[in-house]
Design a protein around this ligand. Structure first.
Ligand code: PRX
Length: 633
């Protein structure tokens, strides 16, 4: 069955209000209706089975479906086989490719056969470490087709970050390329993989795409992507999966310890991403939609691949960077492909707004209908620049708040339906019930007040667990406020019920839209032979939103000449260049409570440039240190 595609499309604010009411009063009925937009081999036995406190969440149990079938075959059966599914724009201008749904089916089926011929079966984990090439989307969908669980690792992560993720999920296979293009740089991805694999016994097969014609020789037992494709048929019938079978694992940083492998389900994830994509972006059948994220992050999973393809949309993926060959690249691509919906990160907007408007104005942006942002709060200046210069004051801007854990957009305006408000994500999506808590953990109803955000009832795309560690999942997200999901963000609610996200309330810092836990980075800094202790905090940064500031105590001050570059190298090697601090200050000590806890609140103020006003510091173990740190800042 392929029900009326546009039936779930909300067109008016009243309709939003009615649908929202229905979604919270009768979630099961609401989500089962939305689920009917997908193709199921078998209907569910039960719509939802929820015990929030135990983090026991199931949707559409007993139902059977396949994600790749729903993203591709279903549209072909509906007569849309010749419609463009993916437009790929390369790093180098003048390199692009178009894939119709028919072609996508061939590519995905063929690669599913490659997975099978390399012993990948339902439930196996496959690590994908690829640049933004079409084969990345194909690999993701091929895994879904055979029922393997994909774990995409952003191709900017280092070899140790990669090996930690491969080992955590015991991946049997890694898919990678000989290298990647990024602006005017060439990155040697394959040596990063070689290094990582020295520590990974679980990997049986390595399949390598020739992206940069590097001419490298593969190691024993490794295979070239195209050689494997030459050996297989090009049809693979989609595997029948249970709604609650995991579709993928995606890692996100935590405030402490190792990264968390968030496990997403098949059925609920698809129902929610399909529905939210359509309505948030007001997607109409012939629109060209472009999200500039990397598929290595959740935004790319949900709103480059699954959400758009589930709707039979035309989705674009871009291999390059906004600054290459110049700062007009995004707008050149918008003109070239007549993009209708454009979705990016505030950090990119801020970076581009620093450059002359000529980079924007030489392109025809009249195709644009809807703009979006994601990943961090957007400041008013950046919002205005985006609205005036890109949207020409006629495109609604959807500021979408959500997380790797939530799977889909949670708080947002709906383009052309509900009102946006600069710097506010605004209203909850259907089925999402945000609440605010005060510092004592009491829920409050007053408006015009800051609080800590909680979510009252599960929605279909919430992650089901942390891979291999359900206890941690329960503790991190469900124990702070029993009966609620705790996202770790603060929020402000205005008199109309609009939410503005005010930032993290834990030790996670959002740098250029990337979610970085401070503790794992401190652990790396502390590995340096000459470091006694370190503390890392975030501080506001013009372009990145936040940047990292490291306070470091050395064992031997006479050996400090190369310390900054050595620390940066260690971090690049262990985590990746995105985690490098903007500033490193060598300090004689760190402010500590009598129980030995670092007072990060004070360090945050110093990082922000405060010289005094630290409140009562007399209870500190070492109050005199504060002045010394301020002097050196
Ligand atoms: O702090 C919030 C911020 O990004 C965090 C989630 O990061 P990640 O899991 O990497 O997912 C990013 C892409 C969905 C959130 O806890 N964040 C995300 N979107 C917004 C935001 N902060 C403010 N406004 C947003 N629109």
């Amino acid at each position: 069955m392929y029900k009326d595609k546009n039936k779930a499309h909300i067109r008016t604010e009243n309709q939003y209000k009615e649908e929202y009411k229905k979604s919270v009063e009768n979630h099961d009925l609401f989500w089962s209706e939305k689920a009917n937009r997908l193709n199921w081999y078998k209907e569910w036995d039960r719509i939802s089975d929820i015990d929030f406190e135990k983090a026991h969440i199931k949707w559409f149990e007993g139902a059977k479906l396949n994600a790749s079938y729903n993203c591709i075959d279903r549209h072909i059966e509906n007569g849309d086989g010749d419609k463009c599914a993916i437009i790929w724009e390369g790093n180098n201008p003048n390199e692009d490719k178009h894939y119709t749904y028919n072609q996508l089916l061939e590519e995905v089926s063929a690669f599913a056969n490659v997975l099978k011929s390399n012993n990948i079966k339902k439930g196996d984990r496959v690590c994908i470490y690829l640049p933004m090439v079409p084969e990345l989307a194909v690999a993701v969908l091929a895994c879904a087709r055979v029922g393997a669980i994909h774990s995409v690792v952003f191709a900017g992560f280092s070899s140790s970050a990669l090996s930690a993720r491969i080992n955590d999920a015991s991946c049997k296979m890694i898919l990678t390329s000989d290298g990647s293009f990024r602006g005017n740089k060439i990155i040697d991805l394959k040596s990063i993989v070689d290094e990582a694999l020295k520590d990974c016994d679980c990997v049986d097969s390595v399949i390598v795409l020739n992206r940069i014609n590097s001419g490298i020789t593969l190691n024993k037992n490794e295979k070239w992507w195209n050689d494997e494709l030459d050996k297989v048929d090009d049809y693979f019938p989609a595997e029948i999966m249970d709604s609650e079978d995991p579709l993928f694992i995606l890692y996100t940083s935590g405030s402490t310890g190792k990264p968390k492998g968030m496990v997403h389900s098949s059925g609920g994830y698809m129902v929610y991403t399909a529905y939210s994509f359509k309505n948030v972006f007001d997607y109409d059948d012939d629109d060209i939609y472009w999200c500039t994220a990397d598929i290595g992050w959740i935004t790319g999973h949900s709103y480059i691949v699954y959400g758009p393809l589930l709707n039979g949309a035309t989705t674009m993926m871009f291999e390059g960077v906004p600054s290459y060959p110049d700062f007009g690249r995004f707008w050149e691509i918008c003109e070239k492909h007549k993009v209708n919906q454009f979705y990016t990160a505030p950090t990119a907007i801020r970076a581009l707004a620093k450059h002359p408007l000529d980079f924007v104005n030489k392109y025809d942006l009249s195709s644009l209908k809807v703009l979006g942002t994601v990943g961090e709060p957007i400041n008013e200046e950046a919002w205005n620049w985006y609205n005036e210069n890109i949207g020409k004051n006629k495109c609604p801007i959807v500021d979408t708040w959500w997380q790797t854990e939530t799977g889909g957009i949670m708080i947002t305006s709906l383009a052309n339906v509900t009102k946006g408000k600069p710097t506010f994500a605004t209203k909850p999506m259907m089925g999402i019930q945000p609440v605010l808590f005060d510092e004592n953990g009491n829920e409050f109803d007053e408006n015009n007040k800051n609080g800590i955000l909680g979510i009252k009832y599960p929605w279909p795309s919430i992650a089901r667990t942390i891979y291999g560690d359900h206890e941690r999942y329960k503790n991190v997200y469900f124990s702070a406020y029993p009966g609620y999901y705790f996202p770790g963000d603060g929020a402000f609610r205005d008199e109309e019920g609009n939410y503005r996200i005010t930032g993290r309330v834990d030790d996670v810092v959002i740098v250029s839209g990337h979610n970085l836990g401070t503790a794992p980075i401190e652990d790396v800094i502390n590995m340096h032979d000459n470091v006694v202790e370190s503390a890392l905090v975030g501080y506001p940064h013009d372009i990145k939103g936040n940047a990292l500031y490291a306070f470091v105590i050395l064992k031997d001050d006479s050996k400090k000449d190369d310390i900054n570059s050595e620390i940066n190298q260690l971090i690049s090697k262990s985590i990746g260049p995105i985690a490098k601090p903007e500033k490193i200050q060598l300090v004689p000590g760190l402010p500590k409570t009598r129980s030995g806890k670092i007072m990060r609140r004070i360090l945050r103020k110093i990082a922000c440039g405060e010289k005094d006003n630290f409140g009562d510091i007399s209870t500190l173990l070492n109050p005199e240190i504060v002045e010394q740190i301020v002097k050196g800042s």
